[in-house]
Design a protein around this ligand. Structure first.
Ligand code: ADP
Ligand code: MG
Length: 382
């Protein structure tokens, strides 16, 4: 995708020029999994793969959306969620407009063309990228003066309220606030953030898509949230200052092991340790200790596997197989499949990764998709 292509799509669809074009990237998460809804730390980064939107006012009351990916149109004068499978994609831009309206940003009818190259549903947050792109475009067109963190909150509400996905704020925040060659440490309790450099002259990041997508994800996600909540209630009895697992430490959890079910204990131990790992990774990045960064990623995976229990055979196999090759590897995202994220020295040849792909095919009969990612700037207007 480039400016000419998205303009061309827009012009042939709507017979006018776009007033604004916005590029909003997908994201990866180096470490800090299942910590966002526990008010903890995450360490995402925006990537090159992005959603592109071209937008103009149409002087009517009707919105007209076009998704190039699906070659699909949707027109409406009401912002109401659609349920038919062919047009569900329109809920993302509509959700953005609906929440902007709540903020007092009245747009009138818009024409919006959507394109891009973030793989859909692969855990790179194409959904957050799309919503964020629309918000940045509208903010620019109507001089709304929204800050990027405000946009992230609006985008999260769009996905929560309009799409009905109870995601945290990390994805939108990363898409809107990412910085080239830097990872973004976000404190989900108060949205404080800081950047740490990623040494992209010597290291690279590679995603391995397991190709596994389990229906389990949503129900297990909700169960984990409840288990964490149950842990907080137990810890509060002797530590009233604990309002979320963010306020607890692994030591506190160990101290209460006898008072919790084994499951709740393991969930709480994972989250408190994972929060510490995010901060440890930031320190290691600052001091250039990439082997430690990688080791912490492996530890994160072990925790996801043994304590949080959200891994599958496929992602365990991939992480184990990369042990000798990658400084670090772990399952990325909510769990039960999706991609693993791998930290590699640039000197590691593609051939070595191809051998892992061959072994994966041998074992699971699935062709492994490899996705190189480069850390890039957050959403911007062209
Ligand atoms: P992820 O965010 O991990 O990519 P989701 O299921 O949350 O996966 O979001 C994917 C959905 O977002 C798609 O099914 C589609 O409805 C919408 N979407 C994302 N990118 C685009 C796009 N370029 N064009 C149209 N719809 C898109
Ligand atoms: Mg998503």
């Amino acid at each position: 995708m480039n400016r000419q292509v998205i303009s061309g799509i827009f012009e042939s669809r709507f017979d006018q020029n776009p007033e604004v074009i916005v590029v909003a990237p997908g994201r990866i998460n180096i470490i800090g999994e299942h910590t966002d809804y526990n008010n903890g730390f995450v360490l995402p980064a925006a990537i090159e793969q992005a959603v592109w939107v071209a937008v103009s006012r149409n002087n009517g009351n009707e919105h007209h959306f076009y998704a190039a990916e699906y070659n699909s149109d949707f027109k409406t004068d009401k912002l109401l969620p659609v349920t038919d499978a062919d047009h569900r994609w329109a809920n993302y831009p509509m959700g953005a407009l609906s929440e902007l309206l709540v903020e007092g940003c009245e747009t009138g009818g818009l024409n919006i063309a959507i394109g891009g190259n973030v793989p859909l549903g692969a855990g790179l947050s194409s959904s957050a990228a799309l919503i964020s792109a629309v918000i940045v475009a509208v903010d620019d067109l109507f001089r709304a003066g929204l800050s990027r963190p405000d946009m992230a909150r609006i985008a999260q509400r769009a996905e929560n309220n309009f799409v009905g996905m109870q995601c945290g704020i990390m994805d939108m925040f990363a898409s809107l606030m990412g910085k080239q060659n830097h990872v973004l440490r976000l404190d989900c309790r108060n949205l404080e953030y800081s950047y740490s450099p990623f040494p992209d002259n010597e290291y690279r990041l590679l995603l391995l898509d397991s190709g596994v997508k389990h229906q389990l994800v949503d129900s297990e996600y909700n169960t984990r949230r409840k288990e964490c909540e149950a842990g907080v209630q137990i810890l509060r009895k002797s530590h009233p200052e604990v309002n979320s697992l963010r306020d607890a430490t692994p030591e506190m959890v160990l101290e209460h092991a006898g008072k919790m079910s084994d499951k709740v204990f393991r969930r709480c131990l994972f989250v408190t340790e994972e929060n510490n790992r995010v901060n440890a990774v930031c320190d290691a990045l600052e001091s250039g200790n990439m082997n430690l960064v990688g080791e912490l990623m492996y530890q994160s995976h072990a925790g996801l596997r043994n304590l949080y229990e959200v891994c599958v055979e496929e992602t365990n196999f991939l992480t184990d197989s990369m042990r000798g090759l990658a400084c670090g590897a772990r399952q990325m995202g909510g769990g039960f499949g999706g991609c693993t994220i791998n930290l590699l020295k640039k000197s590691v040849p593609d051939k070595a990764v191809e051998r892992v792909a061959a072994a994966y095919f041998e074992r699971f009969g699935t062709k492994l998709r490899t996705l190189p990612v480069k850390i890039s700037d957050g959403a911007h207007i062209l």
